[in-house]
Structure formats: structure tokens, C-alpha cells
Design a protein around this ligand. Structure first.
Ligand code: ADP
Length: 226
């Protein structure tokens, strides 16, 4: 019961923030881009900063709403379809490649198999893992690998990166809601600490599990077992 109230509260707060923030961002953008009225430099700078920070805040609110939406789902509400894993991975690659021209994307289907999944949700989970793999990555040449493999009859889908890695003792905690690895280590990356809990929830709705392996300064791999 308390859990449900907390979720409703989060959802209410995010919705209440959206409308005023849209007005603030809209006017801040207009002001910062106004070249006709000879506005003082101070006004232009201040409004550009308000617009920049406001846009980040709007993105955080979207993430929060997205999380609450998925967290409220039950397994019965999933739209399951039998999907070849290759199709799943290729579609994710297709959907992120235009937004990330600086990242090398690879798809490695080591075994061909199909999965019975809610495609939209599983793609959301894979895209979230990919976003993390790019966000926590300081390599000159960022690399993301989506792979599929059968192991002991288990269907495994992994997302690997060549990012900063995760300290071993942190791995058990990173799937907890609102948990972020020490800012000093990651360099104050923005977010809520809700990305991995979102992925975990999607995996659990599919009665699967997820684990992470990582090596500092080498990279990380998150594997979903279905
Ligand atoms: P957020 O991205 O909002 O910080 P997440 O729940 O997605 O929250 O991740 C929790 C923490 O786990 C992150 O703050 C980061 O420290 C760590 N993490 C997640 N994915 C990766 C990754 N691919 N490489 C390195 N660290 C990661």
C-alpha cells in the first residue's frame, strides 16, 4: 500500500512540474534566441542558462514519469510476441545509431533464437543499458556491443561497453532505486539512479534475471537471461 502511494506521489509530482516548466523553458528559449530587440547581454546569458538547466530538468522529469509508468505495470499487461533476437537487436541498433554517430555499434548474434517478449519494453530496457554504456564512458572511441547467446538452455542478451567500469563492491547496489555510484568516481553524471531499476523491473516482468560484470577502466557488460 505504501509502495503504491509513493508511486502515485511521484507521478503526481512529475505531472505538476511539467506545465510550469514548459512555460519557463519556452520563454527562456525565446529570450535567449531573440536577436531583434537588442536585449542586454546579461538577459541573453541568463535566459540561455535558464533554458539549458530547464531542459535538463524537463528530461529528468520525463525519466521519472517513464520509470513510474513501467513500475506500475503488472505482468498481465504485457503485449507478448515471439520475436527473433536478431530482429530485436537490429531494431535497437537502428533506433539509436542516428543519435549517436560518435559511437561504434556492433551486433553479435552468436546463436539464433526467438524470445517471447513485450518488444517495446525489452527494447526500452536495451536502449537504457546502451545509454548507460555511453554515459559512463570516457573512451575516445566509444564502443557498444549487443550480443545474443544460448548457454545451458538459457537465452542471454548482453549489452557491453568500453566505459569506465564499476567497482566490484558497487555491483550489488546499482540496481537499487535512486542509487548512483559515488559522484567523485563517475564525475557527477546527471540522472536519478532509476535507469537500472527500470531495466530490472522490465526483466522481472518477463520472469527473467539480469546481472552485471565489469572491469574498471575496461568496461561493463549487462546480461539479461530470459
Ligand atoms: P543513473 O544513470 O541515473 O545514474 P542508473 O540506475 O542507470 O542511474 O545506474 C546506477 C549507477 O550505476 C550509475 O550512477 C553508474 O554509477 C553505474 N552504472 C550504470 N551503468 C553503467 C555502465 N555501463 N558503466 C559504468 N557504470 C555504470
Amino acid at each position: 500500500m505504501e509502495e503504491r502511494m509513493a508511486r502515485n506521489f511521484l507521478s503526481l509530482i512529475s505531472h505538476k512540474f511539467k506545465t510550469p516548466l514548459a512555460a519557463i523553458n519556452g520563454y527562456a528559449q525565446l529570450l535567449s534566441e531573440n536577436t531583434r530587440d537588442n536585449l542586454p547581454e546579461m538577459v541573453r546569458k541568463a535566459s540561455a542558462s535558464i533554458y539549458g538547466q530547464g531542459t535538463k530538468l524537463a528530461a529528468l522529469i520525463e525519466t521519472l514519469l517513464d520509470f513510474v509508468g513501467v513500475d506500475n505495470l503488472s505482468a498481465g499487461e504485457l503485449k507478448m510476441t515471439e520475436t527473433p533476437v536478431e530482429e530485436l537487436l537490429r531494431e535497437v541498433e537502428e533506433e539509436i545509431k542516428d543519435k549517436t554517430p560518435e559511437v561504434t555499434l556492433k551486433v553479435a548474434v552468436l546463436d539464433k533464437f526467438s524470445v517471447n517478449v513485450d518488444k517495446t519494453l525489452v527494447k526500452k530496457a536495451l536502449k537504457q543499458l546502451a545509454a548507460n554504456g555511453m554515459k559512463f564512458n570516457k573512451s575516445q572511441e566509444k564502443l557498444l556491443i549487443f550480443s545474443a547467446q544460448l548457454k545451458d538452455g538459457n537465452k542471454m542478451i548482453s549489452v557491453g561497453d568500453n566505459g569506465i567500469g564499476i567497482p566490484g563492491e558497487e555491483i550489488p547496489r546499482i540496481f537499487n532505486k535512486f542509487y548512483q555510484v559515488e559522484a567523485a568516481f563517475t564525475g557527477q553524471v546527471e540522472g536519478w539512479g532509476l535507469g537500472l531499476p527500470l531495466v530490472k523491473k522490465i526483466v522481472e516482468l518477463h520472469k527473467g534475471r539480469i546481472f552485471a560484470k565489469s572491469q574498471l577502466e575496461k568496461g561493463s557488460a549487462f546480461t539479461i537471461v530470459l
